[in-house]
Structure formats: C-alpha cells, structure tokens
Design a protein around this ligand. Structure first.
Ligand code: PMT
Length: 219
C-alpha cells in the first residue's frame, strides 16, 4: 500500500553468519542465528519497504511479502550479493556477523588427520559495510557493532571507519544480548555520537525500534 511509512523504499538487510570453507566438509563460522536480521527484514516489510535480505547459512524462513531472500554462504559471496543491489537501495541495515578472515587455501579434498598439529593460514575478508560506506551517495547506512569490551568507543570508531549514519551496539557483557537469543539489548549511536541506551527487549521489538529510526530519517 502507498500509505505505509516506507512504501517505495528499497532496503538491503544482511543477516546471519558466514561460513568460510577449509575443505569440502569443514568451515570457520560463528554463532549468529540470523534472527536479528530476519526480524528487521520482517518489520521493514510490514512498513511497506521492498527488502533484499542477503542471508548467510540459517534455517530461518520468512513469509512476509516484499522480501526477496538472497542466500549466500561465505563473506565473499555476501560481498558480491550486496554490491549487486546497492545501487538500487535507499537504506542498508547490516546485521550479519561476517567473518573477518577466511582460510587462504581451501583444500580440494577432505584434509586427513596425519599430523599432530595443523595450522590454518587466514587472510582478511573485505569489510562489506565499509565498502558500501565508501561509495554511498543518498543511502542511509545502519551498521551493528558486536563488542566484548570498550563498547562505545569501538562502536564510534566503526561509525567513522565505515561512514555510517547509525550504529546499533550490542555487547556480549549484557545478559540476554547478542547471538541466538530471542532478546537483545542495544544502544543506538548516531553519526553525531548521540548515545541512546535501550532496555532489554525481544528482537522483534528491537527490530521495530531500528525501523522507527529509519522512518524518522525520512520524516
Ligand atoms: O543472528 P542473531 O543470532 O540474532 O544475533 C544477532 C547479532 C549478534 C549477530 C547481531 O545483533 C549483530 O551484532 N550483528 C553484527 C555482528 C558483527 O559481526 O559485528 P562487528 O562489530 O564485527 O561488525 C560491525 C559491522 O560491520 C556489522 O554491521 C557487520 O555486519 C559489518 N561487517 C563486519 C565485517 C565484515 N567483513 N563486513 C561487514 O559488513
């Protein structure tokens, strides 16, 4: 419907972990379930936005109309998928937990347990959000920061480094925040470094709070 707050807006959302292959049967991953990103996509769609949901490996599904899911596995695949749609979108919300490093060499065959020690050499993945920040024009960029120490300072650095408009900080020091859980506790920090701590809420409610910030930007 044309009357919804985000009708006519296109939004790119990233969700879930990435899996970085070691060999045909193994990978390096993380604990992201994808729920935070899926809840954001659902909330955006309810407000009339057209959503590209670029999702790493997850069992989650969405029945919300207006969401196109693009399934990816690795950070490099997520990078490509995001850059393919970026030119079309008005807003980006990056909730994915992207692996910062990937194995430098991926074995063609299953690695055998022949030695007592086994070292995996890693190389840096591109920072997807920073790469979008570097080329953004009109786009409103919302990032996440998942921290375990020095939270607000690191989050502020990410705003600058990735050229963000808003960052959603969650800390693994807060009970009920972060990976897997149905709840999250976030602090919003905008590009002028205004800090707004929020209560512990369901991820659906946190998603709604994020979407309200986006709506406010367009008012
Ligand atoms: O999926 P759930 O189980 O519901 O858990 C939700 C969550 C904890 C994964 C989510 O709330 C969250 O914090 N997502 C971001 C996790 C993360 O990797 O944060 P970061 O501080 O390392 O990254 C900062 C920002 O840059 C993020 O927006 C991230 O998506 C982005 N990034 C990071 C690295 C990279 N190579 N490319 C990126 O785009």
């Amino acid at each position: 419907s044309k009357s919804l707050a985000l009708s006519g807006k296109k939004v790119l959302v990233t969700a879930g972990p990435t899996y970085e292959p070691i060999d045909p049967v193994r990978f390096i991953g993380n604990h992201s379930s994808g729920k935070m990103g899926f809840d954001i996509a659902n909330s955006l769609a309810k407000y009339g936005a057209e959503v590209y949901l670029v999702a790493g490996p997850t069992h989650l599904v969405t029945k919300e109309a207006g969401i196109r899911i693009i399934h990816v596995t690795s950070a490099l695949e997520m990078y490509d998928a995001c850059h393919r749609v970026f030119g079309e979108v008005d807003v980006v919300v990056a909730a994915a937990a992207v692996a910062d490093y990937r194995p430098k060499y991926v074995a063609d065959q299953k690695i055998k347990k022949n030695s007592e020690e086994f070292v995996i050499e890693l190389e840096k993945n591109p920072d997807i959000l920073a790469s979008l920040g570097a080329i953004k024009k009109h786009q409103f960029l919302v990032g996440f920061a998942l921290e375990t120490e020095n939270e607000e300072e690191y989050a502020k650095q990410k705003i600058k480094k990735k050229n963000l408009d808003l960052i959603v900080l969650n800390s693994l020091n807060d009970k009920g925040a972060g990976f897997g859980k149905p709840t999250n506790k976030v602090t919003f920090i905008d590009k002028d470094f205004n800090i707004q701590p929020m209560d512990l809420k369901s991820k659906e409610e946190v998603a709604n709070d994020i979407v309200k910030k986006i709506i406010k930007h367009y008012e």
